[in-house]
Ligand binder design. Structure first.
Ligand code: NAP
Length: 317
């Protein structure tokens, strides 16, 4: 298949590009700064020659969006919103104007669309969307608005010959440098990977291998459209999540951090505490119902596999 990945130069794009290319597909990446073969320039906002790559392709997986690992200033929040909505809209325009449109358009969304909650897991059918939770910082609602508008941009696109799926993905865990697993591992190995603000908030995650398998599954299944949760079936409280990660690295100590220490740490890392403190309890209702099985369903075993691969990678480097 010819698979086009707008925004495919980042963490998730690298995982998909690597796996889909290895599986024998022709992968083309749209980027604002092409540096190698199979990369085509676009601006993520306006139609241009790049749209020719989409015409005649089989699959589009749009991942473009300003990184969420930043301070949530007004300017950054606006850039996070615009880059997602604009890129989804223009990908829709390219598909709509193609003479041979792709069969399926997988549009990245996020598990962050669901409410901050502890009591019950969120699946697609019964889950609560976020934005109105009491006692959470006001700007958390903005992240939910970003996700809603992002999905809406895809829904509104008039692409009658192309199936549309929104990927409500949890944190994708891979051993690659600079990804979320790498950052959390670094904290765990420094002895800083303890509970944050009590650690009761849930962490949803998905192993990179299962993420790729789920994407392949959704490409193949012609009966699937709309939002789909891409998360392992067993999200767990942050304190248990970090305990298992420490165990996988053989790091016995994990200093706890209070909310204000998390604020300080997030500030130092130029990141935001929402990423640490929001309880994301998201489960893959539709995938499980459709018979999809996870090779890495439990975090302790998934963490062991990721640590083994990270160690192997470091040795070979
Ligand atoms: N990583 C996760 O675990 C995870 C989980 C759920 C959802 N997501 C979402 O999935 C998408 C991909 O995640 P990722 O971790 O691979 O993100 P990433 O590493 O930040 O990569 C995103 C890509 O988007 C492009 N981009 C950035 N700003 C842009 C802009 N203003 N206009 C157009 N393109 C822009 C960049 O490509 P160029 O600079 O090459 O143009 C970049 O490579 C993101 O939207 C993210 O929010 C990620």
């Amino acid at each position: 298949m010819k698979i086009v990945i707008p925004g495919g130069t980042g963490q998730v794009g690298t995982i998909l590009d690597r796996a889909l290319t290895a599986a024998g597909h022709e992968v083309v990446v749209l980027t604002r700064r092409p540096v190698r073969e199979r990369q085509i320039e676009w601006d993520g906002r306006t139609l241009g020659e790049w749209a020719e790559a989409i015409d005649g392709s089989d699959v589009v997986v749009n991942l473009a969006g300003r990184s969420v690992s930043c301070r949530y200033t007004a300017a950054n929040l606006r850039a996070m919103m615009d880059s997602r909505v604009d890129s989804a809209r223009v990908v829709g325009e390219a598909i709509a104007s193609a003479s041979r449109p792709p069969r399926v358009w997988l549009q990245m969304s996020t598990a962050t669309i669901y409410a901050h909650r502890f009591d019950a897991p969120n699946d697609e059918a019964t889950g609560a969307l976020g934005g109105t939770e009491p006692r959470v910082p006001g700007y958390w609602a903005y992240s939910v608005d970003i996700a809603r508008n992002w999905e809406q941009a895809q829904e509104e696109a008039e692409t009658p010959h192309t199936r549309k799926v929104a990927l409500r993905a949890a944190m994708v865990m891979s051993p690659d440098r600079g990804g979320v697993f790498d950052v959390l591992s670094w904290l765990a190995r420094l002895g800083l990977g303890g509970p944050v603000a009590g650690g009761a908030q849930y962490v949803s995650w998905i192993h990179d291998h299962d993420f790729v398998r789920a994407v392949e599954f959704l490409i193949d299944r012609d009966d699937f459209s709309g939002p789909v949760n891409l998360a392992a079936p067993a999200p767990l409280p942050q304190r248990a999540f970090m305990r298992a990660l420490r165990a996988a690295w053989g790091a016995p100590v994990g200093l706890p951090a209070t909310r204000w220490m998390a604020e300080l740490g997030a500030f130092a890392l130029r990141s935001d505490t929402e990423l640490l403190l929001k309880s994301r309890r998201v489960v893959p209702g539709r995938l499980l119902e459709a018979g999809f099985t996870f090779d890495h369903a439990r975090w302790p075993q998934a963490a062991e596999d990721l640590v083994r691969r990270a160690r192997g990678g470091r040795r070979s480097r």
